[in-house]
Design a protein around this ligand. Sequence first.
Ligand code: SAM
Length: 246
Amino acid sequence: MSESVIQLFLVPTPIGNLKDITLRALEVLQSVDVILAEDTRTTGMLLKHLEISNTLQSYHIFNEHKAVEKLVERMKKGEVFALVSDAGTPGISDPGFLLVREVLAAGLEVQCLPGPTAFVPALVNSGLPNDRFVFEGFLPHKKGRKTRIDSLLEETRTMVFYESPHRLIKTLEQLSEAFGAERQACVSRELTKLHEENVRGSLDELITYYEENPLKGEIVLTVEGKTEKKETREEKQERKRASWKD
Ligand code: SAM
């Protein structure tokens, strides 16, 4: 099988700690023809820090539908692009999916470099089972929010949510109501930054904690999945007695 030519690279960028940039990310950002950036000012500052100079073009949720067709045409003619978001991996709760889909549909090749993303360290730091998990991204703010939470009532895998700090307590309260106050969870704040903090406890313990310690910074919320209720000794004996009677 011959090596295919990559027309679009998705390049993860640091979520806080500027040392979290890979050697390959540096190489790609330097070598592509154009870097598509969610915010050219944010990426401009990053490139300056990395001592990389390259052409930047704006690509964000407000222009992506319009921009995609032209970008694909340019890729067909041989231009090579990198896509970056403000932080983390493009396409993960950030623009990217639409472009990837259309580039692939045009028979071109894409490659996402491995690198920073907030949900992986949050999941692992939580100490909750991570052999299977679901990434839920942001819950809808209003319409569809309850339906989404209700759709997770029977979810047994660990769930990972992105959330803004000012909505955290409301979300914890809604999840506590839906899943039960005892459900274990973890709030990961300011991952990779100086004041990184992972607070673990039941949903109700976390509500109390954040009512007393108002939250600042970016957060990921990880929530235990539904577990089979463990049988108490009395319940087990009762079940045995009942089966003897049969
Ligand atoms: N593309 C990014 C990624 O790969 O993780 C996510 C972008 S999304 C617009 C931003 C959300 O990611 C924040 O609201 C927060 O939930 C999470 N996030 C990003 N950086 C974070 C950090 N340093 N600590 C905790 N959460 C973070």
